[in-house]
Write a protein that binds this ligand. Structure first.
Ligand SMILES: *Cc1c(COP(=O)(O)O)cnc(C)c1O
Length: 388
């Protein structure tokens, strides 16, 4: 029998990292000591007080049954409390917070709630691929907003044709940004709100990296702006903040109608997050937050070693104020993919070609600060020996 896949799967773009994956496997098989700066997954462990709470909650039989679809009330209250303490924003825990199985899950299901065939999503390029792909899964199309260095990697809303803006249902923004490490301030968020109001577009702010910031910088929430809640929602995750990527716990906050729509999709697909994990999430959000400060120190130190090294070899990346990514321009004459291949072949360092995040990522590579500082130092030493 021929198993015929759906059009949506046939439409998936080719997997760009195939060649790199193959080369990496080949080098490892040869015994090369590969340094992986490719994956955006914290190498640090989940703080132990969070694990202790999971152990307790996992042993309580009450937690072994189906969880509530929209999340445990206590977890949602805890999220509201964290928003109040961290951003001074009031949220109604019942209607303005939705628990997610990691924020990717919520981001991925969102278009099913708001996109009809032929509708548009406004999607940054480069970006986390989920925005574009799941718009396509819902039958919509993406209009790509290039993030350019000269605009500090913020989309230029004025450059979006009004015919496009009128067809758009969703706009995705993500600050602090993956992959560019860029940050956004009040004035940009204000422009987004005005734009969303004018064209009746739902704003989805992916705020996964607000706690991963350096030099005392505190990224803001989109919801801090007046009127934000009328036009948008914000996605958060415990993944990067508390080194909990494997646990799958995130949440969306903001506009209650929009969250209700997303919740309707979810209640027909999943059955909520394991309550024991939500209890551990409460501990993460409510306990002493010094684990975040520690995490920031670790990445800041790694960042500084890598940036210094890259400048020594003549590359000139900006120093990111947030995220654990360094977005590095390729040397003159090198395409993203060629430079990542050269780095892998000549130094055994895995990086990600910027073009893998969208056409406007061409000319850059992304390096993730997810190995310890000795390994970052070793990566720098190896790069100093390459001939460009
Ligand atoms: C890591 C990341 C997330 C978080 O994903 P989870 O599903 O919560 O683990 C969301 N958005 C971006 C841009 C990310 O890089």
């Amino acid at each position: 029998m021929i198993i015929d896949k759906s059009e949506r799967l046939k439409q998936l773009p080719p997997y760009l990292f195939q060649e790199i994956d193959r080369l990496k496997a080949e080098l490892i098989a040869k015994g090369v000591d590969v340094i992986n700066l490719g994956v955006g997954d914290p190498d640090l462990p989940t703080p132990s007080h969070i694990i202790t709470e999971l152990e307790r909650a996992a042993r309580d039989p009450v937690n072994h049954q189906y969880a509530s679809y929209s999340g445990m009330d206590d977890f949602k209250k805890s999220v509201a409390g964290w928003y109040k303490r961290r951003f001074n924003i009031e949220l109604d825990a019942r209607s303005e917070v939705l628990t997610l199985i990691g924020s990717k899950e919520g981001i991925a299901h969102l278009p099913l709630a708001f996109i009809n065939p032929g509708d548009l999503s406004l999607v940054p390029s480069p970006a986390y691929p989920v925005y574009h792909i799941t718009t396509m899964f819902a039958g919509g199309e993406s209009y790509f907003m290039p993030l350019k260095s000269e605009n500090h990697f913020l989309p230029d809303l004025k450059a979006i044709p009004s015919g496009i803006a009128h067809r758009a249902k969703l706009i995705y923004i993500n600050y602090p940004n993956n992959p560019t490490g860029a940050t956004a301030e009040r004035e940009f968020f204000r422009q987004v709100i005005d734009f969303a109001r004018e064209y009746k577009i739902l704003v989805c702010h992916d705020a996964a990296y607000t706690e991963m910031a350096f030099d005392g910088y505190q990224p803001m929430s989109f919801l801090e702006l007046p009127g934000a809640k009328e036009v948008g929602i914000e996605f958060h995750s415990l993944s990067k903040t508390y080194n909990m990527t494997g646990w799958r716990l995130g949440f969306a906050v903001g506009n209650s109608e929009a969250l209700n729509g997303l919740g309707q999709i979810k209640s027909n697909i999943d059955s909520g997050v394991f309550n024991a994990i939500q209890y551990a999430g409460i501990t993460a959000l409510e306990a002493d937050q010094s684990c975040i400060t520690e995490m920031q120190k670790v990445y800041q130190e790694r960042r500084d070693i890598l940036i210094r090294g890259l400048r020594k070899i003549g590359l000139n990346p900006q120093t990111p104020r947030a995220t654990f990514y360094v977005w590095c321009p390729t040397p003159p004459g090198y395409k993203s993919k060629d430079f990542t291949t050269l780095l892998l072949r000549q130094t055994g360092i895995v990086t990600t070609p910027g073009s893998g995040f969208g056409a406007a990522g061409e000319g850059y590579i992304r390096m993730a600060l997810t190995v310890n500082k000795e390994r970052i130092g070793e990566a720098v030493d190896r790069m100093l020996k390459i001939s460009l």
